[in-house]
Design a protein. Structure first.
Length: 333
């Protein structure tokens, strides 16, 4: 690693000012050699002003509207590449970074065709690993977290050397500027969910090695943004984007199995676990997904779906057809 290597961490914030401040503070206190760019994804909640007051040297950026995870991170990535950084890390705002973690990720990726994620622990249960590597399920191709046994077989060892994985976790991805330029930004069609899995697949197809660096530890709040209406919208994005990912990357056999075992049963599963109204609502979201697929409509969910999600959330009924991320941590649907 060159002593002059310039490293930027892009922290994306959307209505999560307290989390964002905790994230930036962890970087400032434990990884001061890395520059930080905080991107507000159109929430206008004062987070940029608070960051500027607390850390005048931290850069800030306003997207002007909610561009989703993909669009918000892409805006920060583009600025980092334009400003000449050698390595760029994208980082969820609901994470805190252990001291030295970013240095370890920099050592793993700087000057090489490698992209890396850290070992990710639950923020509220730090003895539990949330992510130690991702893979495509051998049966249906679902991008998911490795089980502990799978991670151990891949070479996972606390404090050990980086090891190869199939899929990285979008909550924290580090790569050199050359690698980001080679692979390109996240696909804006996803908006939210599975954009990290799609990026990982593109990277691998271009010869980029994907690794987990276990000596780098990040602690993740895990879907802290998916409350209220976003619990329902998370289901919509999960189902829609899973089908997009499958159509892009999976063979027909796995696509059929994924549809039969993970997508179509979602309303029945939610009705059984959360009551008939939850099942009906998931069924309506699944119909919306079918329309989106038919018309090729991706990106941000239509306004009518957002308004309906707001109405449902006010009645405080849960719906959890899919975890709002490209992964299911325990390997199950």
């Amino acid at each position: 690693m060159s002593p002059t290597c310039r490293s930027l961490v892009v922290v994306l914030s959307f209505h999560g000012a307290d989390d964002t401040l905790a994230c930036v503070r962890s970087i400032m206190e434990g990884s001061s050699g890395h520059d930080v760019l905080v991107v507000d994804n159109g929430s206008f909640d004062g987070v940029l002003e608070t960051v500027a007051a607390a850390w005048p040297h931290v850069a800030t950026m306003q997207t002007g509207r909610n561009r989703g995870f993909s669009g918000g991170m892409n805006a920060g990535l583009a600025r980092g590449l334009r400003d000449g950084y050698d390595v760029v890390t994208v980082l969820n705002n609901d994470t805190v970074v252990d001291p030295g973690a970013l240095d370890e990720l920099l050592r793993t990726t700087a000057g090489s065709r490698v992209a890396a994620s850290p070992r990710v622990l639950y923020r509220d249960a730090p003895e539990r690993a949330w992510f130690a590597g991702g893979l495509l399920d051998p049966d249906d191709g679902l991008p998911r977290h490795m089980t502990p046994a799978e991670a151990a077989a891949a070479g996972a060892e606390e404090g050990g050397e980086p090891y190869a994985v199939d899929i990285l976790a979008g909550c924290s991805v580090t790569a050199s500027a050359a690698t980001w330029r080679l692979v390109g930004p996240f696909d804006d069609r996803y908006f939210l969910n599975f954009e990290d899995s799609d990026w990982s697949m593109r990277a691998r197809s271009l010869g980029v090695a994907l690794q987990v660096a276990p000596r780098a530890v990040v602690r993740h709040g895990v879907s802290r943004s998916f409350t209220g209406a976003y619990a329902y919208l998370g289901t919509y994005y999960y189902l829609r984007n899973l089908l997009l990912f499958a159509a892009t990357w999976l063979p027909a056999r796995q696509r059929r199995r994924l549809l039969r075992t993970r997508v179509l049963p979602a309303p029945v599963r939610d009705a059984r676990e959360h009551g008939s109204r939850a099942g009906i609502r998931t069924g309506r979201l699944l119909a919306d997904v079918a329309i989106a697929r038919l018309l090729g409509r991706y990106g941000k969910a239509p306004d009518r779906i957002e308004r309906r999600a707001q109405r449902w959330s006010r009645r405080d009924l849960p719906v959890v057809a899919g975890e709002p991320t490209g992964f299911t941590p325990d390997g199950r649907a």
